[in-house]
Write a protein that binds this ligand. Sequence first.
Ligand SMILES: NC(=O)C1=CN([C@@H]2O[C@H](COP(=O)(O)OP(=O)(O)OC[C@H]3O[C@@H](n4cnc5c(N)ncnc54)[C@H](O)[C@@H]3O)[C@@H](O)[C@H]2O)C=CC1
Ligand SMILES: O=C(O)C1=N[C@H](C(=O)O)C[C@H](O)C1
Length: 257
Amino acid sequence: MTDEQEKGATGPIRVGVLGARGRMGIEVCKAVDGAADMELVATVDQGDPLSAVADAGAQVVVDFTTPDVVMDNLRWCVDQGVHAVVGTTGFTGQRLDQVRGWLGGRPELGVVIAPNFGIGAVLMMQFATRAARHFESVEIIEQHHPRKLDAPSGTATHTARLVAAARAEAGLGPVPDATADEVAGARGADIDGVRVHAVRATGLLAHQEVLFGTIGETLTIRHDSYDRVSFMPGVLLAVRAVPGRPGLTLGLDPLLD
Ligand SMILES: NC(=O)C1=CN([C@@H]2O[C@H](COP(=O)(O)OP(=O)(O)OC[C@H]3O[C@@H](n4cnc5c(N)ncnc54)[C@H](O)[C@@H]3O)[C@@H](O)[C@H]2O)C=CC1
Ligand SMILES: O=C(O)C1=N[C@H](C(=O)O)C[C@H](O)C1
């Protein structure tokens, strides 16, 4: 039996939450508190010392903070030997490589980074990846609450990369588009050749459509999160899994198989 299994067998998973007073952090604290196999041992927000997490003996940290601080938080977790489950957005390929580099020196440590912990959202991305090779056109429309700091969303960026990779693998060329002299922004952001449109409106929470088109038909794959509780089963799943998954796990897909 490994040390981690031994710890798990003797008591609840000790969890610390970073960004604990934020919209997601509050929900995560409630979910961890309500999970019989977990104990919420530290809650940290801006201005609080990270050392509170180590002092409390947290085994797993959950981070829902902001893209500008998440890398420092993760580096600290790796240095301290604390597993991490990260929902914060802003993970470029370069950032992911950096995390892999840090983990190279800590082979026992696990980090799960997921752009979306909603099970429906994970399936939406899987279905979109599957559909991508069959349609010459694709556009992504993400819709969020107006207090969201980043655009386009982490989910939309990740979806665009998955769809672009599937198109490339299938030998599809660029998406057809005859637009000329466009007004800046009218065609959205270009992520790996896929147009992504970000909508912000009061009343929305987190929504995404992937619109595919080919001759004579379209296919729309849509996911809606109406409440932040929708992310909690995925977060708890990752907290339970991460001590047994050394290295970097990107997305929830491997945990759902
Ligand atoms: N992966 C997923 O399923 C989801 C990801 N998100 C992402 O999670 C992040 C947070 O989203 P929200 O909770 O809506 O934002 P928020 O702004 O409500 O919460 C962020 C919290 O982090 C705190 N914070 C800032 N710097 C900190 C630091 N150095 N240490 C500890 N706490 C710090 C802030 O004070 C704030 O309370 C965003 O990047 C968002 O896109 C949001 C929902 C679902
Ligand atoms: O900020 C949010 O709210 C969300 N952020 C994540 C993202 O950027 O994809 C996940 C979900 O869309 C909610």
